[in-house]
Design a protein around this ligand. Structure first.
Ligand SMILES: [Zn+2]
Ligand SMILES: [Zn+2]
Length: 92
């Protein structure tokens, strides 16, 4: 019963590496999401060991996964930002 669909909850909009909101969200093949910068620098370090693992679930990727921006998540993040701006606009 493994479900791979993306649920738009806090877990999915925060980076599992820096624990901040995702910047340029990238979802790797195991389904975990990171900021482009976070996962890039993580994989750059792993490059030296010749293996590429998800920092969260330690799934080993061979070859190194292509890091592509998750458009769906990115749009959701933009939406979240807009909501915040609107909210702040109203309360301030
Ligand atoms: Zn991050
Ligand atoms: Zn993972």
């Amino acid at each position: 019963m493994a479900q791979k669909e993306i649920k738009m909850d806090e877990e999915n909009i925060s980076c599992l590496s820096c624990l901040d909101l995702l910047k340029d969200p990238v979802t790797i093949p195991c389904g975990h999401s990171y900021c482009m910068n976070c996962i890039k620098s993580h994989f750059d370090e792993e490059d030296r060991k010749g293996l590429h693992r998800c920092p969260q679930c330690r799934t080993n990727f061979m070859p190194k996964p292509v890091l592509e921006k998750n458009i769906m998540l990115a749009e959701h993040m933009d939406y979240e930002q807009q909501i915040k701006v609107q909210y702040l606009g109203i309360t301030l």
